[in-house]
Design a protein around this ligand. Structure first.
Ligand code: G4P
Length: 538
């Protein structure tokens, strides 16, 4: 690879923000984009979101419920780096979508509300990161308001999430008595100024000794005394951040601030630039690793979004580039299919604005138009060496329903809609092989997924659908322990047999008891809660 392309790859940083709704993810995103020069005025992301939803009716549901259903990708420059920030849906019912997005990042920022600490959705999202050993930064937000003691918050993160904290900054007071943050690495105090909500450059005071009496003159003697005690305690137990431990997902560097007042955001960005990893080498099939700077281009599909622009009825495939350089118009292979596809209509997205992309590099997220060739988890690559990345698992749904069409003549549109929405991962579909796809069983991880299905069926495909809830509790992919072929005749128990859209055998159980019985009485069988089919196709 030529040195210039190599440099481009080395300066890529791709991450996502995870948080419980209302902790400040949107505000933080906005401030990061502001510092990165991608937007010019605070409020633009939110305003754009609102203007857009008012103008088109794309995902009215999203606006009505105040939740972000879809994922957007934002790119900005900061110092020497090119940063890709992937937005994730905050609502628990879209955890599958979030899982897929987190598969495409190299690190994550966890934003916590200082009054609430670790909340339920943060915990779930964190667990996904943990599965993949994604390095995590932590930002404790809303220090301009009263909250819990920072020691208590550290303790909660360590106990609940089982990760060690290393505070890089430390708050001096909070709420009305918030004076700023002490930077343990830089040995400086960044003073908090109530600045309305505009961007202001923070004032920074550096010193060589924390006991310097000048500090007391700036922040007050009581606050100074408290700071000395806190820092002595921290420095006595924690050394500097061990970057390897951070990269392994064992330690999280913690920062404090207030996204709304732009406070601590710069310090976070600097820490991010210093420590966030660039694109990792990716595992090819069961064996070798593909380095991001290899000449060959490769990536995997982690998201599909149909009808993003309703006027054009388009289907956009989002690809995380894992190695090499993308050039518009290039031909790529998909090991699941026998043909090459041309990536000509490629785009990068800024919230929902898009611009044509001529080149992109490992670490970047590429969106391109596709007529139905690609599925989530597919690998695309160039060159003679065969590449197949691991893919992205499906999770057992917890809600099940069958569908009735208000107008049976709309069957064709329904079939098209359900196929496309399944490919996007909006919903899962299971087929009873004796009946065929005329009466599919639909599965969702959260109820809201069904609401999105009904809404989009009507809005995008013109089909009124009614759902009949089904009494199943669990779906389990059925495999033989020795990996030999399996059929329903091999399984004992009270369950119904279906197939997923790739033809893999799935057992549907109406109770925990039936599932446990089947597990105990089928020694050679695995009942899998999450499933990664063969990425090369069945
Ligand atoms: P989310 O995306 O995680 O759901 O959270 P979002 O950024 O929308 O923030 C949720 C609320 O918390 C917003 O208030 C936002 O202004 C507020 N907020 C975010 N960061 C801070 C902070 O550092 N300090 C304080 N005090 N508040 C913060 P809202 O009233 O719902 O909306 P808005 O009218 O202020 O925009």
């Amino acid at each position: 690879m030529n040195p210039q392309d190599k440099r481009e790859i080395e300066r890529r940083r791709t991450f996502a923000i995870i948080s419980h709704p209302d902790a400040g993810k949107t505000t933080m995103t906005e401030k990061l984009l502001l510092y990165g020069g991608a937007i010019h005025e605070a409020g633009e992301v939110k305003a754009k979101k609102e203007r857009r939803s008012a103008r088109s009716d794309w995902m009215k549901l999203e606006q009505e419920r105040g939740i972000s259903v879809s994922t957007s990708v934002m790119q900005f420059d900061y110092k020497q780096l090119k940063i890709n920030l992937l937005d994730t849906p905050g609502h628990a019912d879209f955890s599958e979508d979030t899982y897929r997005t987190l598969a495409a990042v190299d690190s994550a920022l966890m934003v916590l509300d200082n009054a609430k600490g670790v909340e339920s959705q943060t915990k779930k999202l964190y667990e996904v990161c943990r599965l993949r050993k994604t390095p995590i930064f932590t930002f404790i937000n809303k220090l301009d308001r009263e909250g819990r003691s920072p020691f208590e918050l550290m303790d909660e993160i360590e106990k609940v999430l089982n990760i060690q904290c290393n505070p890089i900054t430390w708050p001096i007071g909070m709420g009305k008595s918030f004076r700023g943050i002490y930077h343990r690495e830089l040995k400086s105090i960044i003073l908090f100024k109530e600045s309305g909500f505009a961007t202001t450059e923070a004032e920074e005071v550096s010193f060589s000794d924390i006991k310097d009496s000048k500090i007391g003159e700036v922040i007050g003697d009581d606050a100074h005394q408290q700071l000395i005690e806190d820092i002595e305690l921290l420095d006595g137990t924690l050394g500097p951040l061990d970057r390897n431990e951070f990269l392994a997902g064992n330690v999280t560097p913690v920062m404090f601030g207030s996204a709304r007042t732009n406070f601590g955001v710069n310090a976070f960005l600097d820490l991010f630039c210093k420590n966030a990893p660039g694109p990792f080498p990716q595992k090819n099939g069961a064996g070798d690793l593909v380095a991001p700077t290899e000449d060959l281009f490769s990536g995997f599909v982690f998201k599909i979004q149909a009808n993003m622009d309703k006027m054009h009825r388009d289907r956009i495939v989002f690809l995380r580039i894992c190695s090499g350089k993308f050039e518009r118009g290039m031909y790529v292979k998909n090991p699941r299919l026998e043909k090459e596809i041309r990536l000509s209509h490629s785009a990068q997205f800024m919230a929902r604005d898009r611009s044509t992309v001529e080149t992109a590099y490992a670490g970047d997220i590429l969106g391109f138009h596709d007529n139905g060739n690609c599925r989530i988890g597919d690998t695309l690559y160039t060159g003679s060496k065969s590449i197949c990345y691991e893919g992205i698992p499906q999770f057992s749904p917890e809600f099940f329903a069958k569908v009735d069409l208000a107008d049976p003549l709309k069957r064709k549109q329904f079939n098209k809609g359900i196929r496309e929405l399944c490919e996007e991962g909006t919903i899962q579909m299971f087929i009873d092989p004796r009946v065929g796809d005329q009466d599919p069983l639909l599965g969702a991880v959260g109820q809201l997924q069904f609401e999105v299905l009904l809404y989009r069926m009507k809005d995008e495909y013109g089909v009124d659908v009614k759902l009949r809830s089904q009494p199943f509790r669990h779906a389990r992919w059925i495999r033989k322990k020795d990996a030999s072929p399996v059929s329903s005749a091999d399984v004992k128990g009270t369950l119904q047999f279906y197939e997923d859209t790739s033809g893999y055998l799935v057992g549907l159980f109406t109770s925990d008891f039936h599932l446990e019985w089947a597990k105990a009485n089928n020694e050679n069988i695995l009942f899998m809660e999450s499933f990664l089919g063969n990425p090369q196709g069945k």
